[in-house]
Design a protein around this ligand. Structure first.
Ligand SMILES: Cc1cc2nc3c(=O)[nH]c(=O)nc-3n(C[C@H](O)[C@H](O)[C@H](O)COP(=O)(O)O)c2cc1C
Length: 214
């Protein structure tokens, strides 16, 4: 395999702290403002720079740009999203989603995936389950998109649709699917995310012992 060095993309100038601390799940994507292929290249170049086991680089990305293909994939995404809610909660439709549920926005994304400006599917080759060598790349991808002002959200699919997804895009059986990331400029804003304080999630020297900032 030929390996190349890539210069840092000139447009990735947002301070890393700002990108990390404002990157969040953007599910409401603008359908009227396309993304440039050049920006997608920058995003994928950033993904390629992530750590991976033994630098074996098993991550592979399928970028869906064709409108008809996104439409067809979006329908499968919708089916997959509801199949997961059926499995987890027995929900059959929007009327079953409780008022104020965190699932309201994901349900909207399930409706709107058909209109996403671009969708990236993340795979690994070799070991199908090699998630630990693809998710660092996915995180780089999310951060690079944020730095370019492009919204994204990490999503998954469901076993019910996987055969059809593989068939739709001629994905070989020796590629393992990991996640699906729609991309588009946001309707709404990037912004701060709510997370547990690190004083609660960090142990110091021994499990359960507090860090100095607790
Ligand atoms: C493994 C994984 C699976 C996810 N699946 C979905 C999904 O199916 N649909 C969705 O809308 N968001 C999905 N998300 C996004 C999470 O809901 C989101 O990262 C989390 O709620 C934090 O959102 P925030 O960064 O905006 O605070 C997933 C995230 C991860 C890491």
């Amino acid at each position: 395999m030929e390996m190349t060095y890539i210069d840092t993309p000139a447009d990735l100038t947002m301070p890393i702290g700002e990108a990390m601390f404002t990157q969040r799940a953007i599910r409401r994507l603008r359908h009227d403002k396309p993304i440039d292929d050049a920006d997608l290249k920058t995003i994928l170049d950033a993904a390629s720079k992530a750590p991976n086991g033994g630098n074996t680089q098993p991550a592979r990305f399928l970028v869906i740009r064709d409108r008809d293909a996104i439409q067809a994939f979006g329908k499968l995404y919708h089916e997959a999203w509801w199949a997961k809610r059926r499995d987890d909660y027995g929900w059959k439709g929007k009327a079953d989603i409780p008022e104020g549920s965190v699932y309201a926005m994901p349900a909207l994304l399930a409706d709107e995936m058909v209109d996403a400006p671009a969708v990236v599917l993340a795979f690994t080759v070799g070991r199908l389950d090699d998630a630990s060598s693809v998710f660092p790349a996915v995180q780089n991808l999310l951060l690079a998109a944020r730095a370019l002002g492009i919204g994204s959200v990490l999503t998954t699919l469901h076993a019910d649709v996987m055969d059809r997804v593989y068939e739709m895009f001629d994905v070989p059986a020796d590629a393992g699917f990991h996640c699906c990331i729609p991309l588009g400029y946001p309707r709404g804003n990037f912004g701060p995310t709510r997370r547990l304080p690190t004083s609660e999630t960090t142990s110091w020297n021994k499990w359960g012992a507090p860090p100095p900032w607790k």
